[in-house]
Design a protein. Structure first.
Length: 175
C-alpha cells in the first residue's frame, strides 16, 4: 500500500498563485502534447484522494479527467454536486480511518492530491512517495506545497529527469 503525491510546483514551492491561479503551468511549451509520464503514473494507482478545494478547482475546468475512483475528503460537503454523481465519493473523518475505509474497498495505491490534504498526510507521516515536477517560475506567494512539520521527514531521490528542457521531475521515496 502506498500513498503517492504527483504534483507540479513553482521554483519557490507553490502549487498555485496568490489568487489560486494555475495559468503559470501552461507557460511550458509542449508542442507535441507529451503527457510527461502522467498516463504511466495513473496506471500505477488504484484511486485518488483529493481535498475539497482541489475538487472544486478541477470541476471548474468543465471536463472530468479521471477514470479511476475519486474520493473527495471534506467535512463540509454533504452531497456530491450535480453532474458528478458516480464520479466521486465524499468521505470524511480522520485520515487513518479514511485510509482504512478506502483500503477495505480494495484500493491500495493512492494518489493524494491537494495542498492542504498533502500537508495533512505529511503531518501524519503518511506519504510514501512524491513525484514533484518543478517549473522554473517564481510566484512569490500563493498556495504552498509544504507546511510546517513537527519533525523532519526524510526522503531519498529515486530518479530525476529533465522534461522538455524546461522543468525537472523528481521521484522521491520515503527513507
Amino acid at each position: 500500500m502506498k500513498n503517492i503525491v504527483y504534483i507540479a510546483q513553482s521554483l519557490d514551492g507553490y502549487i498555485a498563485g496568490k489568487n489560486e491561479e494555475l495559468d503559470w503551468l501552461d507557460e511550458i511549451e509542449n508542442p507535441e502534447q507529451n503527457d510527461l509520464g502522467w498516463s504511466d503514473f495513473m496506471s500505477s494507482i488504484d484511486a485518488l484522494l483529493m481535498g475539497k478545494n482541489t475538487f472544486k478547482k478541477i470541476t471548474s475546468f468543465g471536463v472530468w479527467p479521471y477514470e479511476k475512483p475519486v474520493f473527495v475528503l471534506s467535512n463540509s460537503l454533504n452531497t456530491v454536486p450535480s453532474g458528478f454523481e458516480g464520479k466521486v465519493e465524499l468521505i470524511k473523518g480522520d485520515l487513518k480511518a479514511i485510509l482504512e475505509r478506502v483500503h477495505k474497498k480494495g484500493y491500495k495505491n493512492l494518489y493524494i492530491d491537494g495542498g492542504k490534504l498533502i500537508q495533512s498526510f505529511l503531518k501524519e507521516d503518511m506519504i510514501d512517495e512524491m513525484v514533484i515536477t518543478t517549473i522554473p517560475t517564481l510566484l512569490g506567494g500563493g498556495i504552498s506545497l509544504f507546511g510546517d512539520l513537527e519533525k523532519p521527514i526524510r526522503f531519498k531521490v529515486k530518479s530525476s529527469e529533465l522534461l522538455l528542457n524546461q522543468m525537472v521531475k523528481t521521484h522521491y521515496i520515503l527513507k
